[in-house]
Design a protein around this ligand. Sequence first.
Ligand SMILES: Nc1ncnc2c1ncn2[C@@H]1O[C@H](COP(=O)(O)OP(=O)(O)OP(=O)(O)O)[C@@H](O)[C@H]1O
Ligand code: SF4
Length: 292
Amino acid sequence: MTNDRSLTKLIDKTVQKTQIMPTLDDWSEMDKIKHKILVLSGKGGVGKSTVSTQLALYLAHIGKKVGFLDVDLCGPSAPKMFGLESKEVHKSSAGWIPVYVDPETRNLGVISIQFLLGDKDTPVIWRGPKKNSMIKQFLQDVCWGELDYLIIDTPPGTSDEHISVTEELLKYNPDGAILVTTPQGVSISDVRKEISFCQKLGLPIIGIVENMSGYTCPHCSECTNIFSSEGGRLLAEQCSLPFLGKMPIDPLLTVCSEQGKNYFTEYPNSSTLVALKEVATSLEKQTKEQKL
Ligand SMILES: Nc1ncnc2c1ncn2[C@@H]1O[C@H](COP(=O)(O)OP(=O)(O)OP(=O)(O)O)[C@@H](O)[C@H]1O
Ligand code: SF4
């Protein structure tokens, strides 16, 4: 006969099992995605969303199939950066259909809570459990189709959303996390916290990107180090992590992000594009090596 205690244990085990084992439906959608990448930063405003959106645009630009999931529920910025602010997401019987940056090629699909809100000024005032269930739905109910990369942009820090998205993603064999930092000490010390967050949850770290590393003059393309430089590279060396590259401060990039324009088609010969190519190449190399 089963007593109360063993029954509770049995239920706990079943719950754990159903939480860990994805259903066949979950596998079929997430299994079509080759590389699943989380983008994290310890501090706000270091350019995490800029780096992740530009990386997604660049990967799509070189012919990859890319999905972009914005799990910043309280401050979604991806729709604006992709020029999709007024769009709405549609639901089919199979799940949500991403909003495509170019509806013809459909090579870059985006999902953000902003597409569900209608009014972009509506604030999301949700407690942890509601946010967690939204994130879970984002990871299970979107019809991405076959993808080379799914890039997941997160809010800054290590909050409830990060734990939920990481735990959920770990069910689907992710490649790991890219950590974005600026070269200065304060941001670097926050990245150390992100490193230990990843280590505690068992999420591999793909590498570190140093953003706002020097200033590219929009007139002469001269790059000047206005802050200390190389902090991200040094941190990567100290922690034995791959350094994926650095992106300069480029005022033209700010303008493109603000106006939702594609930087590469606007400035195809810029030094920032060279920097971004380096980051994308390192990312491709690291994710290939990790999956071997
Ligand atoms: N390399 C860069 N060159 C020029 N401007 C940049 C660069 N990186 C980021 N920015 C600008 O800095 C501001 C903050 O960037 P972004 O929103 O990407 O940061 P974030 O780390 O995602 O912030 P949060 O997580 O707090 O929302 C934006 O106005 C963006 O255009
Ligand atoms: S960086 Fe130097 S060369 Fe370029 S516009 Fe400014 S002052 Fe002129």
